[in-house]
Design a protein around this ligand. Structure first.
Ligand code: FE2
Length: 403
């Protein structure tokens, strides 16, 4: 994971020069992020080299972050630039820092070896004008992989989201709804790409047609679920804070138009693939401390399948319900878990190859990140790969089709 750019913070969390520093937890490390007087981004280990006070309580002023305890001050590179008690000692003192870039309203950090720093993030939503995207994030108390395994698993939509796919104001009822409800047993097929996987989930109807939901998984934490109705395209990322929690990023974007004010307002209100928050936090209002506001009456009345309202809240509830790190040795997988299996296989292979010989893992190169999801209805006997052909899902083309 240290070979990739890591989504670290919303740009809006660091709105101005000399703004308040924020805490960031990434890949098991406690960090503090700030924007200095010249607008440069700093991402430093959270604790002062002197007596280990948290720099979160520091003063962000005059080109650096100054510890509130005894006034030691660090620039964005982690170098101590002022040490009031013993000034000559300052050049010898530095704390860990990671380089950052800003793209797509997100501050990305690179936590790997400096000489292997990759191309800047090239996922499509990070390269289009800001008016065409909406970015949000929330805290999830599970291992990141449980999130990805949900995102690439189209089969759960026929159950967990069964009633809500018709009710979400940003989704609307479409032909897709009938296929998803009508065929709970999709056939999975998978292609490997240079950055991850293309997952085809095929559902049939009685008229001999097939609806394909084509999800892309991009290493090491992205998923691009297929478009639904007129909803903007989606990308999600499950970024580990540590082994037992992750930050879930959700990006809704249009490649050919700005989002409307109504769409933005609905997303800010928790619509689509977004949430509302416990004030002052990134914790969803529906969370594990209140059973996600489980409503058994709504479940009985078939308003929701699980009793948990909302597409995101239902996913979070289920993924957290498995425990922070689910014990995979107790699972019983079936044919609709093909994408789950292939994702695990690909990640294990990449991790082992990297550990063995430093092999660059899939999805590091900018080229491998320029992908889109899609969906299409074809005759059931048609070959979806024939239809898609090489490159048809890449940036620059329209999404295959919206239904
Ligand atoms: Fe889901």
């Amino acid at each position: 994971m240290r070979r990739y750019w890591v989504p670290a913070a919303l740009s809006s969390e660091l709105p101005d020069t000399d703004c308040s520093p924020i805490r960031v937890r990434l890949l098991g490390e406690d960090l503090v992020a700030f924007r200095d007087s010249e607008g440069r981004l700093g991402l430093l280990e959270e604790f002062c080299a002197h007596r280990r006070a948290s720099l979160y309580f520091g003063r962000n002023e005059e080109g650096g972050l100054r510890c509130a305890y005894h006034g030691w001050k660090y620039d964005v590179s982690g170098q101590c630039v002022d040490l009031p008690q013993q000034p000559a000692y300052a050049p010898k003192i530095a704390i860990c820092s990671y380089p950052c870039v800003e793209a797509g309203d997100v501050v990305w950090a690179y936590m790997g070896p400096p000489e292997l720093r990759p191309d800047p993030p090239s996922v499509e939503w990070a390269t289009i004008p800001g008016g065409q995207r909406y970015v949000s994030k929330w805290l999830q108390y599970s291992n990141y992989l449980q999130g990805i395994e949900g995102a690439i698993d189209s089969s759960h939509v026929s159950f967990l989201h069964r009633y809500e796919i018709e009710q979400n104001p940003l989704l609307k009822k479409t032909a897709a709804t009938d296929f998803i409800k009508g065929d709970p047993n999709p056939e999975f097929d998978i292609d490997r790409t240079s950055g991850g996987l293309i997952v085809y989930a095929k559902r049939r109807d009685r008229e001999g047609r097939a609806y394909y939901r084509i999800t892309q998984m991009l290493m090491p934490w992205f998923s691009f679920p297929p478009p639904f109705g007129q909803h903007p395209l989606l990308c999600q990322a499950w970024v580990p804070r540590d082994d037992e929690s992750c930050m879930v990023w959700s990006i809704s974007y249009c490649t050919d138009r700005a989002l409307t004010a109504e769409e933005r307002a609905a997303m800010a209100d928790g619509g689509g693939i977004n949430v509302t928050y416990v004030p002052g936090t990134f914790l969803p209002v529906q969370n594990r401390t209140n059973d996600y506001l489980l409503d058994r009456a709504a479940q009985k009345a078939k308003k929701t399948f699980s009793g948990v309202a909302g597409l995101v809240a239902a996913d979070v509830a289920i993924q957290e319900s498995m425990g922070a790190i689910v014990d995979r040795s107790l699972e019983h997988l079936v044919h609709t878990d093909k994408a789950v299996v292939e994702t695990r296989r690909m990640m294990l292979e990449a991790a082992r190859a990297h550990a063995r010989s430093g092999t660059t893992p899939p999805g590091v190169s900018g080229e491998s990140q320029r992908i889109r999801p899609g969906c299409v209805i074809l005759r059931a006997e048609a070959d979806v790969r024939e239809f898609l052909k090489e490159g048809q899902l890449r940036v620059g083309d329209r999404p295959v089709m919206s239904v």
